[in-house]
Design a protein around this ligand. Structure first.
Ligand SMILES: Cc1cc2nc3c(=O)[nH]c(=O)nc-3n(C[C@H](O)[C@H](O)[C@H](O)COP(=O)(O)O)c2cc1C
Length: 178
């Protein structure tokens, strides 16, 4: 049975949470939805100990999240676009996956990435691909698809009919993956 891990990198209960929660509700199989803002985890210290030991020296909520990452078949990340990049919370999470870089323990896991920006989707999508490029490349993830939404205020997507169709499309895509 496929296991899905959904991770929201928004510091507020807004559009990213809305999309991920709707996707989560529509999935039938084993699933877990994490809101990074609820976790107690610090930024990477850059000590590089994990390069030799394979493990992070920091003992915090990232330990549990790392286990969830290892057992997931598909990882679905969602982030607001902040200054043309993922949110600080999402970047903090991405940096803390560096123990997986040497061990290649996330290699070939499927990744689907969702981003919400206040600007036009055509602009958001360019920043989006750049922002997750390193995460995908260095962890050798299997990037299935990226999806972009336009929304600014926290409730914008809840009232948007087009976003419902896009969320259905995301669920269809996920369910069509082997
Ligand atoms: C610090 C900050 C930086 C932002 N930078 C951008 C940006 O570069 N491009 C953009 O389109 N929207 C930008 N926005 C708008 C957010 O992406 C937008 O409000 C989005 O809906 C937030 O998603 P959320 O509701 O899931 O938190 C920024 C918002 C904040 C708070």
């Amino acid at each position: 049975m496929t296991k899905y891990l959904l991770i929201s990198g928004s510091p507020r209960k807004g559009n990213t949470d809305f999309v991920l929660s709707k996707v989560y509700e529509s999935l039938n199989e084993k699933k877990e939805l994490i809101f990074l803002r609820d976790l107690n985890f610090s930024h990477c210290k850059g000590c590089l100990t994990c390069y030799s030991t394979g493990a992070c020296v920091i003992k915090d909520d990232m330990e549990q999240l790392f286990s969830s990452l290892l057992s997931a078949d598909m990882i679905i990340i969602g982030s607001p676009l902040y200054y043309g990049n993922v949110s600080g919370l999402m970047k903090q999470f991405i940096d803390r996956t560096i123990p997986a870089y040497e061990s290649k323990s996330l290699k070939d896991k499927q990744l689907l990435s969702i981003m919400v920006g206040g600007g036009k989707v055509q602009v958001t999508e360019k920043f989006h691909r750049e922002a997750i490029k390193g995460f995908v490349k260095y962890n050798r993830l299997d990037l299935i698809e990226t999806y972009n939404f336009e929304a600014f205020e926290a409730d914008d997507l809840k009232q948007d009919v087009q976003s419902k169709m896009q969320i259905s499309e995301i669920v269809r895509k996920i369910n069509s993956c082997p």
